[in-house]
Write a protein that binds this ligand. Structure first.
Ligand code: CAA
Length: 282
C-alpha cells in the first residue's frame, strides 16, 4: 500500500515531533489528541521548531508553510479512519495504549500498520490486543525528534517481515536511520541508557559527586552532548522511573531497581525540565 496519509496519536513532546517529521517529509498528517488545548500546544511547538529549521537554513519558509498545511488536528479519533499508517505516541501507560489499540483495530482498514512510539511497553503485548498482530510494530523516535537521527524499529513476536520492511523504508524517507531491534523490555536504547542514568543518580545519592561534576565527566570524558543527569531532566524523571520499573518487572533482575533518590524526587513532583525542577532548576 502507498502510504500518504499518516495518523499520529498524541500531541505531546514525541507526538508533535513525529507529526513534524512526517509533514516535513511530504506526508499528510492527522494529529489526534483528547483535548483541543493539547493540540494547540503541540502545533505551537511544531511551528517553533520549523521556524528554528528555517533560521538555520535547513528548510525554506515555503517548506515550513507547506509542512504546516499538511497537518490537520482532530480530537475525534474516528477521523483517522482513512489514514494509511498510524503512529501512536500517547501516554506511556499500558491501560491507555490498550484502549487505543483495541479501538484502532476496529477503526482502521485491515491492511493498515499500527506502529507505537512506546519507549518500553511490549510490542508483542500491544499486537496481541488486535486482530492484526503481524501489522503491529515499534517505531521508537528520540527527543528532539526533528534532530535525532535514530528510529529503533522493534519487531514484536508476530510482526511480519513486510511490516518491518515498510517501517524501515518509511524511516529512511523521513531521513532517519532505522535500527532493527527485537522486542525485549527497554529495547536497546533504554535497556542501556536507563541503568546509566540510574547509576548516576546513585552516585549523587551516595555523595560520590555533585550532578554538575557527574555531567562534566560524561560531557568532557565521553563526549556525550548532555551529561546523564541533564539528560534525565530532559527525558523526565517520572519517565525514567517508569522505564526502570518496566525493566525490573520484565527482566526480574534487581539491578534494574529505580534508585531511591529517583523515586523520592518523582514523589516530590521534581520531574525535571517540564516541572521546572529536577537535578537542576529551570
Ligand atoms: N527541533 C528542531 N531543531 C532543534 C530542536 C528541536 N526541538 N532542538 C534543537 N534543535 C537543533 C538546533 O537548531 C541546532 O541546529 P544546528 O546544529 O543546525 O545549529 C541543533 O539542534 C543543536 O541545538 P542547540 O545548538 O540549540 O543545542 P545543543 O547543541 O545543546 O543540542 C540537543 C541540543 C540536540 C538536544 C543535544 O544536547 C543532544 O543531542 N542531547 C541528547 C539528546 C538525547 O539523548 N535524546 C534522546 C533522549 S532518550 C529518548 O528520547 C527516548 C526514550 O525512550 C526516553
Amino acid at each position: 500500500m502507498q502510504i500518504q496519509k499518516v495518523g499520529v496519536i498524541g500531541a505531546g513532546t514525541m507526538g508533535n515531533g513525529i507529526a513534524h517529521v512526517f509533514a516535513r517529509g511530504g506526508f499528510s498528517v492527522i494529529l489526534c489528541d483528547v483535548e483541543q488545548a493539547f493540540l494547540e500546544r503541540g502545533l505551537a511547538t511544531i511551528i517553533k521548531n520549523l521556524d528554528r529549521e528555517v533560521a538555520k537554513n535547513k528548510i525554506t519558509a515555503e517548506d515550513k508553510d507547506s509542512a504546516l498545511k499538511r497537518i490537520t488536528t482532530v480530537t475525534d479519533r474516528s477521523r483517522l479512519a482513512d489514514c494509511d499508517f498510524i503512529v501512536e505516541a500517547a501516554t506511556e501507560k499500558f491501560e491507555i495504549k490498550t484502549e487505543i489499540f483495541r479501538d484502532l483495530d476496529q477503526l482502521m482498514k485491515p491492511d493498515v500498520i499500527l506502529a507505537s512510539n512506546t519507549s518500553s511497553i511490549s510490542i508483542t503485548k500491544l499486537a496481541a490486543l488486535t486482530k492484526r498482530p503481524g501489522k503491529v510494530i515499534g517505531m521508537h523516535f528520540f527527543n528532539p525528534v526533528p534532530v535525532m537521527k535514530l528510529v529503533e524499529v522493534i519487531r514484536g513476536l508476530a510482526t511480519s517481515q513486510e511490516t518491518f520492511e515498510t517501517v524501515r523504508k518509511l524511516a529512511v524517507k523521513l531521513e532517519k536511520t532505522p535500527v532493527e531491534v527485537n522486542d525485549a523490555p527497554g529495547f536497546v536504547s533504554n535497556r542501556v541508557l536507563m541503568p546509566l542514568i540510574n547509576e548516576a543518580i546513585y552516585a549523587v545519592m551516595e555523595g560520590v559527586a555533585t550532578p554538575e561534576a557527574i555531567d562534566e565527566v560524561f560531557k568532557l570524558g565521553m563526549a556525550h552532548p548532555m551529561g546523564p543527569l541533564t539528560l534525565a531532566d530532559f527525558i523526565g524523571l517520572d519517565v525514567c522511573r517508569d522505564i526502570m520499573r518496566v525493566m525490573q518487572e520484565g527482566l526480574g533482575d534487581p539491578k534494574y531497581r529505580p534508585c531511591p533518590l529517583l523515586l523520592k524526587m518523582v514523589d516530590a513532583g521534581w520531574l525535571g525540565r517540564k516541572s521546572g525542577r529536577g537535578f537542576y532548576q529551570y
